[in-house]
Design a protein around this ligand. Structure first.
Ligand SMILES: *[C@@H]1O[C@H](CO)[C@@H](O)[C@H](O)[C@H]1NC(C)=O
Ligand SMILES: *[C@@H]1O[C@H](CO)[C@@H](O)[C@H](O)[C@H]1NC(C)=O
Length: 321
């Protein structure tokens, strides 16, 4: 592993900032569109704090039931985000429609979309089912997706159940607040839904709106054409965080033609308190030095739940209300 200084990262950021997509400083899009085994780059702690903690807090809070989310009274997961959160839509039944919300984060002047995940044990057995069908992208949701883009049937169907409401709520929120920023987050199944939402919003909103998609414990959502489309459409504004030996990012398997987009941030260790993580940015798609290189024998469902960093874990049990 190579270690670069913050000034090097800032230098890369400046290079990337000429690009039309808003480039958070993780935007080291080396070898985008290709599998890679290039050396990962250490992510400075300050960057974890400024870029990843708040998205992770939203991805945790969406596990709370929608009645408490609507009142922003979900206990610690809500408190950790402060009181300047205005819920614009919230719903889900924790089953067919995983919980979700659209909120206005006044503190960051950002419209936030969050999607809940599901119990990882059931999820893994579903994902390992060899009958997983890949279907063509829904061009109502993703107008720029070509016929070669194939996606996981179940993820697509689940996303479609909330896509119209998410889109219309985000559009009216941008109008009423004047905000120019959208953040889309999710964990596990919610990470898959959030990835599709991020693509939908980038394709459908005014191109001047900055759409940032930050997801945790993402399973593979589609084929190589999907991964390439995500790279082209979202570039450095898409980040998927994988934690140590979490098996979920490795399913469905690549031999069934599933492929992750670029911009994986791989956590290699978390200290005892759960508060400090060592994380690396992995160049390219499916970097062999990161989650892809994990052995299934060492896989850990606990790592899927967290803690990721700042002692943030994501599952129903971390939101008892
Ligand atoms: C595409 O998604 C929309 C929801 O945005 C849904 O109403 C429509 O039925 C879907 N189309 C197909 C062909 O599944
Ligand atoms: C970390 O979070 C867990 C679960 O929410 C909690 O039980 C534990 O006390 C926290 N640990 C620290 C060191 O804050």
């Amino acid at each position: 592993m190579r270690v670069y200084t913050t000034s090097f990262l800032l230098f890369i950021l400046r290079l990337a900032s000429a690009a039309p997509t808003p480039a958070p400083f993780f935007g080291i899009n080396l070898a985008v569109g290709q599998s890679s085994d290039s050396a990962p780059v250490l992510v400075p702690q300050t960057d974890i704090t400024s870029q990843l903690v708040r998205p992770a807090l939203f991805a945790r809070a969406v596990y709370c039931s929608s009645p408490v989310i609507k009142r922003w009274a979900c206990g610690e997961p809500c408190k950790a985000l402060g009181n300047n959160i205005q819920i614009l839509a919230a719903g889900g039944d924790d089953k067919r429609v995983p919980n979700f919300f659209v909120a206005y984060d006044k503190e960051q002047d950002t419209v936030v979309v969050a999607h809940q995940g599901t119990e990882p044990k059931n999820f893994l057995s579903d994902l390992n089912d060899l009958n997983i069908d890949q279907v063509r992208a829904n061009t109502t949701v993703l107008p720029n997706a070509g016929a070669d883009v194939r996606m996981h049937d179940g993820f697509l169907e689940t996303q479609e159940r909330t896509s119209d409401l998410v889109l219309s709520t985000v559009q009216s929120a941008l109008k009423s607040t004047g905000s120019k920023k959208v953040l889309v987050v999710g964990h596990s199944l919610g990470a898959a839904i959030a990835s599709i939402d991020g693509m939908m919003l980038k394709m459908k909103l005014d191109p001047r709106i900055a759409v940032t998609t930050t997801v945790f414990g993402l399973p593979r959502v589609g084929n190589k054409a999907w991964a390439d489309l995500v790279d082209r459409t979202l570039g450095a504004s898409f980040t998927h965080v994988t934690n140590q030996d979490d098996p979920v990012p490795r399913v469905p398997p690549q031999f069934l033609n599933f492929q992750h987009p670029s911009n994986e941030i791989h956590i290699t260790s978390v200290d005892h308190s759960g508060k400090t993580a060592t994380a690396e940015l992995c160049p390219g798609q499916e970097n062999r030095e990161c989650a892809r290189g994990n052995s299934f024998l060492a896989s850990s469902i606990t790592n899927h739940r967290g803690p990721y960093f700042a002692n943030i874990s994501m599952a129903n049990k971390f939101c008892p209300l």
